[in-house]
Design a binder for this molecule. Structure first.
Ligand code: ZN
Length: 371
């Protein structure tokens, strides 16, 4: 019974999250729940502060009662987000819509044991929490994103490529230090959840989401659901084999795409800071050394086109520090078109959420749990 109620509440909240404010009657029509059940559950959610009444829908016409719209109260809870990448770590406090009160970037400290670094992050979070206490007195929890394979149930980072080379009990360490519920998700899966909740997932059911920088990450949405495969290892686009007798990859295989296009691989050829990819591309071009980048982009384009052949997504969405540069994106899309003229800027797009990539995924991962 409790399960049924939880499921019904979740379908009401998801319905509003995807479509915006609506009347109880429309919620009942869309979810298939009875109007009486919707009214009852909405009253509970209003009491808890998770829903708001927005007054009367002026567009509702005809006889009968005017519709009162209800919407999710996105300020009901705030969330601390921690996004750990191989170069930098990003912290924030955001509401449930992904509106940020404060953001902070620190260098990912790989010189100390992971538990010590996590404890340092917890201290920074506590300071942020104190600074924002007036605005965000109600913190619902902490949402952490890391690259690579995660065990969501146990809250353990199993293998965060290029960050940690062993299992790390991320949630236990942070829970101890922060005294809040902590949730862990793979960084690209988290971003895909944001697309489902706030982005393209509201329009399309099938997406391929690709992150470039510092490594390559990807995520597949099929029929409006994240597709994770066995042990959550689906969509490892960075580990497509692209080279015979290639360099050994962090994953243990040889000749993976990552060994050719990751920040580490590219900076071996031309040294540059992670945030400067576009500039370095142009500089290399001026020096006649653009070949390294062009080869990398061409390999990447082949992997994308091949993946599209298998998955036939409605849209391919790009994000990540290396895709932030317009020239790089345009070159990549042009290369995809070289292989298949139909793969233009309409099918392969820079994500509208990319500006918020440092925290929006973690927010969505947490909101999904609450909803
Ligand atoms: Zn690999």
């Amino acid at each position: 019974m409790v399960q049924v109620k939880k499921r019904n509440i979740s379908s009401i909240l998801n319905c509003i999250a995807q479509r915006g404010a609506m009347s109880r009657k429309d919620i009942a029509d869309i979810t298939g729940l009875t109007p009486a059940a919707v009214t009852l559950l909405c009253s509970e959610l209003l009491e808890k502060g998770l829903l708001l009444e927005l007054g009367i829908d002026m567009q509702s016409t005809g006889a009968g009662r005017k519709k009162v719209l209800v919407d999710i109260n996105y300020d009901c809870y705030y969330i601390i987000t921690i996004n750990i990448e191989s170069e930098d770590t990003f912290l924030s406090i955001s509401n449930m819509r992904g509106q940020c009160l404060e953001q902070q970037t620190v260098i990912t400290n790989l010189q100390v044991e992971p538990e010590i670094f996590l404890a340092q992050l917890a201290d920074l979070c506590n300071e942020m929490r104190e600074r924002q206490h007036q605005v965000a007195p109600k913190l619902a929890g902490v949402s952490v994103a890391v690259p690579g394979v995660v065990d969501r149930e146990k809250g353990v980072s199993v293998r965060a490529y290029n960050v940690w080379n062993r299992e790390v009990a991320v949630c236990d360490v942070l829970k101890d230090k922060l005294g809040l519920p902590v949730l862990l998700e793979n960084n690209v899966n988290a971003f895909a959840l944001a697309e489902l909740l706030y982005g393209m997932g509201r329009e399309y059911d099938n997406l391929l989401i690709i992150k470039w920088g510092p490594g390559v990450g990807s995520s597949i949405v099929i029929d409006n659901q994240l597709y994770e495969g066995r042990h959550g290892k689906a969509a490892e686009l960075g580990h497509y084999i692209v080279e015979r007798d290639g360099r050994l990859c962090g994953c243990g295989r040889r000749g993976c795409l990552e060994t050719k296009v990751s920040y580490q691989a590219l900076s071996r050829e031309i040294p540059f800071a992670p945030g400067e990819f576009g500039d370095v591309y142009r500089r290399a071009a001026e020096e006649g050394r653009e070949q390294v980048f062009e080869e990398a982009i061409d390999l990447f384009a082949r992997v994308i086109v091949n993946s599209m052949t298998i998955l036939a997504p409605n849209r391919v969405l790009l994000f990540g520090s290396l895709f932030r540069d317009t020239d790089i994106r345009e070159k990549l899309i042009a290369d995809c078109r070289k292989y298949d003229a139909r793969y233009d800027g309409g099918r392969i797009l820079y994500s509208a959420l990319a500006e918020k990539e440092n925290y929006i995924g973690s927010v969505a991962a947490f909101v999904r749990e609450v909803l």
